[in-house]
Design a binder for this molecule. Structure first.
Ligand code: NAG
Ligand code: NAG
Ligand code: NAG
Ligand code: NAG
Length: 471
């Protein structure tokens, strides 16, 4: 999910689950990494789901599908003695927050928050109050307000004392969220004009649990319900081909706060949807969004090609389920040679019972028109192995190795080229002169002015690319 602070109109979302995690103990000989197993689960509470649907405003684009698809979640505990939570992992926001048991949402008779956990400050001896300015709202219209507090955070064998997070005394989401974006994207920075605090990636790096603020995300394919989030490392067994590093883009006159990269082309089978190098769209890699949101002109061309029917009232596009059998890829191009193939079978999603009239053979299509911000959500991310390097403001991408069983983990180090075995993209886009804003195609509402990192940095990195990338 993406915080509201970055745009005005509504779009995306997804929902609750359960999770698993384990930890690789930092030892001298083995890499310093922390690994979580992520879990994706189908919603069971259809009644709550329907109530949420009815409560949503008609103007949120995906109002009717938000709870239909699934987020990736992990287990944590907070407080002394520990209180357990299942939180959704979100690269599109930067705060951890959990619900308070006393919120009006959680106190409903059906106890909708119990499955993912609620926090009782009064039951924790290590709780400390920070301030009452916690207020986060996501582009799908959901949000939470309450206090920022600190308490002991635990996951696996790792313990982080005095970790800052939000407590939702008033919220519209039954599950808490673990935002792992840039500290500058924290709700207290945008909404309350406060300074940043160390969120999870920053705190793990600060405490020396990992060497730099970086992690790898592997969601695995649609048939699989588990993925993994690896702090501080890269698992070479979970991708094929090469990891290619592209720069993260920065909004004009702001610090890096979101995982924007330049989408430089899009191809469906042999149909060119957006010609490579002709225009760039700034897209956010957002694990907290189930679907992929692209500019309307691109989406119209895609729908033409696949025969999708868009329903504005459902905020979703429908296709025959048999489309999944088509042997074609949607290829997303980034700074050359970075590209990710998304198979048609990964873009056709089960519609469930409560949407599309429950007709057999009607499926959801995984790409929908954006209303302001282009987001590459889970329908894209499942096909990629993505390394988010917050210290170097870069993302390394490779084709996912679906259902990889083995692991071959190496540590992400520090300094330039910290991501092992990754090479820098050197496409025309990356080497065009100076910081420039990206063109966003013909849709006026997709305009987010972005700056590329300054040229010196890109060139210096290119020069080093062939040297010592391995640890
Ligand atoms: C995560 O929490 C769920 C629900 O409490 C539990 O079923 C599951 O076993 C947990 N996973 C791990 C690895 O602890
Ligand atoms: C803790 O309990 C006290 C007394 O019951 C109450 O007044 C206070 O609001 C509670 N604090 C929190 C943070 O829940
Ligand atoms: C939270 O922020 C939103 C958006 O800026 C605002 O409309 C709302 O009043 C705020 N809520 C609280 C409780 O401060
Ligand atoms: C789709 O992409 C995958 C991964 O790159 C590749 O192995 C496969 O051959 C491609 N299929 C088609 C039909 O192009």
């Amino acid at each position: 999910m993406h915080p509201h602070t970055l745009l005005s109109a509504g779009c995306c979302l997804a929902l609750p689950c359960a999770s698993a995690l384990h930890l690789r103990e930092p030892r001298d000989a083995s890499p310093r990494v922390v690994q979580f197993d992520l879990q994706r689960k189908e919603i069971r509470d259809k009644v709550a789901h329907d109530r949420n649907r009815l409560n949503r405003r008609a103007d949120t684009v995906s109002a009717k599908i938000d709870n239909e698809q699934l987020l990736y979640s992990l287990n944590i505990s907070i407080g002394t003695p520990p209180q357990d939570f299942i939180v959704a992992v979100d690269t599109g926001s930067s705060d951890l927050w959990v619900n308070a048991a006393s919120s009006s949402l959680c106190e409903r008779r059906s106890k909708p928050c119990d499955a993912s956990g609620t926090y009782s400050a009064n039951s924790s001896s290590t709780y400390n109050y920070v301030g009452d300015w916690f207020n986060i709202s996501y582009v799908d219209g959901s949000g939470a307000t309450g206090d920022y507090v600190t308490d002991t955070l635990r996951f696996g064998g790792e313990t982080v004392k005095d970790f800052q997070f939000g407590v939702g005394y008033d919220s519209s989401s039954t599950q808490g969220i673990m935002g792992i974006g840039y500290p500058a994207g924290e709700a207290q920075v945008a909404a309350a004009d406060q300074r940043t605090y160390r969120n999870l990636p920053a705190q793990l790096a600060h405490d020396g649990v990992i060497k730099s603020s970086a992690y790898s995300l592997w969601l695995n394919d649609l048939d699989s319900s588990t993925g993994s989030l690896l702090f501080g490392g890269v698992d070479h067994a979970r991708y094929t081909g090469d990891l290619v590093t592209v720069p993260i883009l920065r909004p004009q006159s702001s610090p890096y706060s979101s995982f924007y990269v330049a989408l430089t082309g899009l191809q469906l089978g042999n149909i060119e949807i957006a010609q490579q190098g002709k225009s760039e769209v700034a897209v956010v890699l957002d694990s907290g969004t189930s679907f992929t949101y692209l500019p309307k002109s691109m989406v119209a061309a895609i729908y033409d090609a696949v025969g999708a029917e868009y329903s504005a009232t459902e905020g979703a596009a429908f296709v025959p389920c048999s489309l999944a059998d088509q042997q074609a890829n949607m290829t997303f191009y980034f700074d050359s040679p970075a590209q990710i193939d998304v198979a048609m079978s990964e873009l056709v999603l089960d519609a469930g019972n409560s949407i599309g009239g429950g007709q057999a053979d009607v499926c959801l299509f995984g790409i929908v028109p954006s209303s302001g911000l282009s987001l590459l959500g889970d329908t894209f991310l499942r096909s990629a192995y993505a390394v988010f390097d917050l210290d170097n403001n870069e993302i390394s991408l490779a084709q996912s190795n679906f259902n990889a069983k083995k692991s071959k983990i190496s540590e992400i180090g520090t300094g330039d080229n910290a991501v092992p075995s990754a090479t820098k993209a050197g496409g025309t886009a990356a080497t065009s002169a100076g910081p420039s804003s990206t063109s966003t195609g013909s849709d006026a509402d997709d305009g987010v002015g972005m700056l590329r990192p300054c040229m010196g940095g890109v060139l210096a990195s290119l020069g080093l690319a062939g040297l010592g990338l391995l640890l």
